[in-house]
Each structure stands twice: as structure tokens, then as C-alpha cells.
Write a protein that binds this ligand. Structure first.
Ligand code: 13P
Length: 248
């Protein structure tokens, strides 16, 4: 049985003191969960979050990473740097980065390789635009993305990655994919993994749904056969609300 993985993506929110306060409040609320709990926080919060989450079941992730290990890349942070302070996860290829910072599937693939090479677990985001959804090409778009971002990734590395299916039109909009649509696309992603890596890998890989997940709708997503968790934006900014999702 695959475990459920609930990850919060704080995006560009939370100062260090707020991060510490949040984790202190969240810790007792999620201490008994069987689910994996991850908070992907801004770079400036990472160290404080890691210290505060020590000896808890809360894992800490970053929201981006550069593909090179070091060098003349002003303003960038490498996988080696993240690993060196104890970061475990990193979101790669979020649609906000694809849109605002022009990240392509090829760039995402380079980042995934760098993350894995340095022992970080990537949470790789894929998803269609509203135009692609309306044109009926969601499955094609998403499976193409999956193929490209996993290019040259080996079968034994698949168990260290999480794929997050986030329809772009559902992010921060209050609109959500129907449970059936979300589960169908998630299954399509799993089938694609099966085609590339075989059944064992496809049964193991964790695939999350993301896009306006809240306490009111999370249960149905988490109970769907192929959805193994959620990547939560807005609702991860309040510890009580996020804990409700984790405990559902
Ligand atoms: P919302 O939950 O705010 O829609 O954001 C989803 C998201 O982008 C998580 O990565």
C-alpha cells in the first residue's frame, strides 16, 4: 500500500518567526498521523524550519533548486547546498515557476537529476492550462510532461520522486478538478510510468493532486484509488486548517 503524502507549499509567504510558530502549532496536531507530512518553505525559512521540526514527523522541503552544483549563478541555490543543511524534499517545475520564470520541461528535468544526484526527493509538478483542458488535450499534455521531466531517470530512482498533478486553472482559483478527472489523470500518469519503468515502479510512485485542496474536499481526493496525497497551497498557511487535511 502506498502511503499518503500531504505537502504544503507556502510559496512566497511566512517569515522565519512565523515559520517557527507554525511548526510549533502543527507538531502536536499531526503527531499521530500515518501520513507523510511535508512543508515546502521559502529558502529564508529553511534553517529555522529544519531546527523547529527536529524530532517531529514533519519533513522540510524547498520550493526550487538550481541544476548545477556550484558556480557563477548569482542568486541561485544548488541541491548540494539544500542537502548540506538537511533539506529532504524540493518542489520542481511548479507552474508558477514555469510561467513566471520560463522553466521548460528540459530545465525541470535537469533540476530533477541534480536533486536526485544529491539525495533530495523531488516533488515534480505537471498540469494543463485551461486552454489545454478546453481543447481536450489534458492527457496528452500531462503524459508528454511526465515523459520529458523523467528523461534519463532510472527505475530505481522512481521511488524517491513524487509527481504532483496540478491543473493550472485550479491553483489558487477555488476551482477544482472533479474527483473522477483528477483520479483519471493521475492514473494516466501512473500508466505512463508503467510504460517507461514497468509495473513495480508504477505501483510504488507517489502521485499527488494539487489545486484548491481544502479540508472540505480533501477526503474525496485522498480516497480516490490513484491519488496518493495532496500538494496544498493556500490551505497550508494555517496550521489548524493544514492539520485537518493531514488528518483526513
Ligand atoms: P492552492 O492550494 O492555493 O490552489 O495552490 C496549489 C499549489 O499551487 C500547490 O503547489
Amino acid at each position: 500500500m502506498r502511503k499518503k503524502v500531504i505537502a504544503g507549499n507556502w510559496k512566497m509567504n511566512m517569515l522565519p518567526n512565523e515559520a517557527i510558530d507554525f511548526i510549533d502549532k502543527l507538531t502536536p496536531l499531526v503527531k499521530d498521523t500515518q501520513n507523510e507530512v511535508i512543508l515546502c518553505v521559502p529558502y529564508t525559512d529553511l534553517f529555522y524550519a529544519l531546527l523547529t521540526a527536529q524530532n517531529t514527523n514533519i519533513k522540510i522541503g524547498a520550493q526550487n533548486v538550481h541544476w548545477e552544483e556550484s558556480g557563477a549563478y548569482t542568486g541561485e541555490i544548488s541541491a548540494k547546498m539544500l542537502k548540506s543543511i538537511g533539506v529532504e524534499y524540493v518542489i520542481i517545475g511548479h507552474s508558477e515557476r514555469r510561467k513566471n520564470f520560463f522553466e521548460t520541461d528540459e530545465i525541470v528535468n535537469k533540476k530533477v537529476k541534480a536533486a536526485l544526484a544529491n539525495g533530495l526527493k523531488p516533488i515534480i509538478c505537471v498540469g494543463e492550462t485551461i486552454e489545454q483542458k478546453e481543447a481536450g488535450v489534458t492527457k496528452k499534455v500531462v503524459t508528454e510532461q511526465v515523459k520529458k521531466v523523467l528523461d534519463e531517470i532510472k527505475e530505481e530512482q522512481i521511488e524517491n520522486i513524487i509527481i504532483a498533478y496540478e491543473p493550472i486553472w485550479a491553483i489558487g482559483s477555488g476551482k477544482t478538478a472533479t474527483i473522477k478527472d483528477a483520479n483519471d489523470i493521475t492514473k494516466e500518469i501512473r500508466d505512463e510510468i508503467c510504460k517507461i519503468y514497468g509495473q513495480k515502479a508504477s505501483k510504488r510512485v507517489i502521485i499527488q493532486y494539487g489545486g484548491s485542496v481544502k479540508p472540505e474536499n480533501c477526503k474525496e481526493y485522498l480516497n480516490a484509488s490513484d491519488i496518493d496525497g495532496a500538494l496544498v497551497g493556500g490551505a497550508s498557511l494555517n496550521p489548524e486548517i493544514f492539520a485537518e487535511i493531514v488528518n483526513n
